[in-house]
Design a protein around this ligand. Structure first.
Ligand SMILES: [Zn+2]
Length: 456
C-alpha cells in the first residue's frame, strides 16, 4: 500500500500486514451540525480503513471530539444552554448521520474535556523542556526552540514573522507562539491546573490524545488540507518536543476541500449543506460514490446534480449484482483480473476514481457474459467485494418507507375477508399465516379483525 505523505512530498509504503496500523483522524468541534465537507473527509478515511482491513492490516483508528472551544462557548451563550448540552446533542447527531453514511466507527472517540489530565501532563513536560512558558495564566508554545517549525506547512519562521504582530495585551515572546492553555474568563467552563483555572487550546488535545491512545509514533494522521497549518504543524512541534522522538507521524494524509460555488466550504461563509440535508435529498450510496469518483487529494465541487448523476451508476451496479446466473455453468466468467486491477488502483495512493472505472468495466463484462450465457457468479462475487470496500450498503431505501405498515396490513386483511366470503379459505389462511410469521398478532371478532405487532 502506497500513500502520499504531505510532509515529505513522497509516498510511504505499508507492506507488512503483521504490524497494526495506527490512524488518528482529526474530529469535529460539535457546536453545529456536521456539513458535507466533513462527510467527504470521513468517507475517504473510512474507505482507506476498509481497504487496509480487507488487505489484512489491523487498523487502530482514533478520532477526537473538540468538545470545548470558543465557538462552543459562543453557541452555548446564544442558545442559553451549557457547552456540555450542545456538545452531547451535536455528537449524537454526528453519529446518526455518519452511521447512515456507513462510516465505520473508530476504536476510540476521546473528548477534550475527558482528557484534561493527559493534556496537563503534556503541557507540564513541554514547560520543563523549555518548549513552553507560562505567561500569567496562559501557557504558550515557544516556536523558536523547535527547529523544524514550518516544515509541514512549507514555510519558515522568518517568512511567517514578517507582517505578524502580537496583539496588545497578549504576553508572547514571538508572534507565532501559540496557546496551549487558556486562562479562564468569568462564566466559562474551566479546569484546575498548575497555571490556574483554565482550559486547553485546540492543538494540544490532538497531541495528547494520539500519544495516549496510539503511542509517540503513529502511522497515519489524517484531516482536511485546511488543517495542515497551523493545526498539524503545531501538533508536530508539541508531540516531537515532548517525546523527543521523530517522526511523530509516518504519513500525513490530507484530503482536498469540498467547494460550493468555488468557495471553500467553511462555516464562516454561510453556504453550508449539512449532512442531514444531503441525506434527505439523496441516499448514502450515491453520496459515497460522488465523493469516491474524485481522488481524495483533489478539490471537489459539490452539486446536487453531481450526486444525482450517481443514481444511474448505482443502478448499474445493483443491476449487475441482481442478474440471475446462466444455465450453462461450464463456461465461467471469473472477473478476478478486474478485482486485482481494482486493488492495484487502491494501492496507488487510494486511487478511487481509477478503481471505480474498473468496477464499471466489471459491471459491463458481467452483463455481456450473462447475455452470452456464461456463469457469472464468480464475477458477481468480485463486484460485491468492491462495493464493500467502497462502503456501499446497496440497500433499497425506496422500498423501506416507514408509515406504510398500517395501510398495507389493512389492505391484506380486507383481501382476506373477501377471500373468506368467496369461500377461498386456503388463500385466506395463507394471508393470516404469513402475517403471523412476520410478527403480527391477528384476532378475529364480530366486527372484523384486530391486529397488532408482537412486542419483541
Ligand atoms: Zn486535530
Amino acid at each position: 500500500m502506497k500513500l502520499y505523505n504531505t510532509l515529505s512530498g513522497d509516498v510511504v509504503s505499508f507492506d507488512s500486514t503483521l504490524e497494526p496500523i495506527s490512524m488518528y483522524v482529526c474530529g469535529v468541534t460539535p457546536y453545529s451540525s456536521s456539513h458535507v465537507g466533513h462527510a467527504m473527509s470521513y468517507v475517504y478515511f473510512d474507505t482507506l480503513r476498509r481497504f487496509l482491513e480487507f488487505s489484512g492490516f489491523t487498523v487502530q483508528h482514533v478520532q477526537n471530539f473538540t468538545d470545548i472551544d470558543d465557538k462552543l462557548i459562543a453557541a452555548a451563550n446564544d442558545e442559553g444552554t451549557s457547552v456540555k448540552e450542545i456538545a452531547e446533542r451535536r455528537i449524537a447527531e454526528y453519529f446518526d448521520v455518519m452511521d447512515r453514511l456507513n462510516i465505520a466507527r473508530a476504536n476510540y472517540y476521546p473528548r477534550a474535556t475527558e482528557e484534561i489530565p493527559a493534556i496537563i501532563e503534556m503541557i507540564s513536560g513541554l514547560i520543563e523542556k523549555e518548549y513552553a512558558y507560562d505567561s500569567g495564566g496562559d501557557v504558550y508554545y515557544r516556536v523558536r526552540n523547535f527547529s523544524n517549525y514550518g516544515r509541514l506547512g512549507k514555510r519558515t519562521l522568518e517568512g511567517m514573522n514578517a507582517g505578524a504582530r502580537i496583539d496588545p495585551g497578549i504576553n508572547k515572546e514571538h508572534p507565532m507562539d501559540f496557546v496551549l492553555w487558556k486562562e479562564a474568563k468569568p462564566g466559562e467552563p474551566s479546569w484546575e491546573s498548575p497555571w490556574g483555572n483554565g482550559r486547553p487550546g485546540w492543538h494540544i488535545e490532538c497531541s495528547a490524545m494520539s500519544l495516549k491512545y496510539l503511542g509517540s509514533k503513529i502511522d497515519i494522521h489524517g484531516g482536511g488540507q485546511d488543517l495542515i497549518f497551523p493545526h498539524h504543524e503545531n501538533e508536530i512541534a508539541q508531540s516531537e518536543a515532548f517525546s523527543g522522538e521523530s517522526p511523530f507521524v509516518r504519513c500525513w494524509m490530507h484530503n482536498g476541500l469540498l467547494e460550493i460555488h468555488e468557495s471553500k466550504m467553511s462555516k464562516s461563509l454561510g453556504n453550508l449543506v449539512t449532512v442531514e440535508e444531503a441525506l434527505k435529498f439523496s441516499n448514502p450510496d450515491t453520496i459515497r460514490l460522488f465523493f469516491l469518483s474524485s481522488h481524495y487529494r483533489s478539490p471537489l465541487a459539490y452539486s446536487n446534480e453531481g450526486i444525482l448523476a450517481q443514481d444511474r451508476a448505482l443502478d448499474r451496479i445493483k443491476g449487475a449484482l441482481n442478474l440471475r446466473n446462466a444455465d450453462d455453468l461450464n463456461s465461467v466468467f471469473d472477473g478476478s483480473e478486474y478485482f486485482l486491477r481494482f486493488c492495484q488502483a487502491m494501492q496507488e495512493d487510494l486511487n478511487t476514481p481509477k478503481a471505480l472505472g474498473i468496477m464499471f468495466d466489471l459491471v459491463r463484462e458481467i452483463n455481456k457474459s450473462r447475455d452470452e450465457n456464461h456463469s457469472i457468479n464468480k464475477g458477481q462475487e468480485h463486484l460485491k467485494k468492491m462495493t464493500e470496500i467502497f462502503g456501499l450498503t446497496l440497500e433499497d431505501e425506496s422500498k423501506n418507507v416507514s408509515g406504510l405498515t398500517e395501510p398495507l396490513v389493512e389492505l391484506l386483511l380486507e383481501i382476506r375477508k373477501e377471500m373468506r366470503v368467496n369461500k377461498n379459505f386456503s388463500m385466506a389462511d395463507h394471508i393470516r399465516d404469513s402475517l403471523t410469521e412476520i410478527g403480527f398478532i391477528l384476532e378475529d371478532n364480530e366486527s372484523g379483525t384486530d391486529w397488532r405487532l408482537k412486542s419483541s
